[in-house]
Design a protein around this ligand. Sequence first.
Ligand code: 7TS
Length: 404
Amino acid sequence: MLNADNIRKDFPILSLSVYGKPLVYLDNAATTQKPRSVVDAIANEYYNVNANVHRGVHFLSQKATELHEQARETVRAFIHARSTSEIVFTRGTTESINLVATCFSQACMKEGDEVIISAMEHHSNIVPWQMAAGRMGIQLKVIPINDKGELLMEDYEKLFSPHTRLVSVAHVSNVLGTVNPVKEIISIAHDHGVPVLIDGAQSAPHMPIDVQELDCDFFAFSGHKTYGPTGIGVLYGKEKWLDQLPPYQGGGEMIQHVSFQHTTYNELPYKFEAGTPDYVGSHALAVAIDYLNTLGMDNIHAYERQLTDYAMRQMQQIEGMRFFGTADNKDAVISFLVGDIHHLDLGTLLDRLGIAVRTGHHCAEPLMHRLGIEGTVRASLAFYNTREEIDSLVAAIQRLKQMF
Ligand code: 7TS
């Protein structure tokens, strides 16, 4: 089992005090904190390596290119992709999904075609499809959920029609913590000859991912939620799909030859990486992944599960506690309301006690409508959180409840 007390020493920010109280950081679904090795890697690269990649014959450019391409290999191994050609660096999950929504709809869809998403999607897995729908006359179909926050799989199967072209669903909900049965979702879609995009923003940081075992066609995740820096993310795509898609943006890097009459495009994955890539970010992400691998994704998952169970048990004892998301298969995200206290009031007062939680609709307004609420308070956990921090949260909620 992981030792969070030791691990915390690797994350300098966790020793901060806010308003004179020790920081209790429970907003990990929004972004995770960075181990020292990641921050050092960024400084080190700017101090000792920095040069633009892929275009230089000089020493530093070659060194920077090496780090950038090694990072691609680290990411490949992290999600067990077949080849580095299938690893596209993006700015994050949002850009990865926008890339697929734009390019896939352009290459593989026509008016009247359909995309299946779910009722628990983040806006970044709704709006890009709506935008494509607006451009092309595509329809969105939505997999409903039950009151525990689990997908209704029978209804899912019924959504398929001869016009279904893609399924795009979250692996883990950023509001409910539900771990969706993505393997089954993918297998059912493939039975209908339909490819699947998995939004792994909330899964890649918390559990082992094997894209070949899942057999997903696309997989997206963000560096900054995976203990790496902001501004870097990943799109995995099976080569057979990436080959079929047109480029996303035009510019340097993504071309082979350009004349004023005609341009030929670069090979995978560079076809999708126009412009100077975030080569410092890619390297720092690889350092974050090295850190996670040292702890072991299985260990991380097991620890976070236990901590979530503990938190749910302790919070359950608070009178008036209402959880949103009680799926049988639930990860480290806990959304709740207490009595009739407004989520914003509770979040603001918790902050004054040093406890960082998130409040609001969590970029999932359609899910809020389904739940019949405006927003929740959300505590989202990471492997550096402790039972003591959960106890602080529970004590703080109890104390604030007295005030209302
Ligand atoms: N998909 C899911 C499931 C997410 O939770 C998020 C971000 C995204 C996509 C978008 O990721 P980005 O890195 O491109 O922004 N979720 C949250 C959150 O829950 N609070 O802040 C960001």
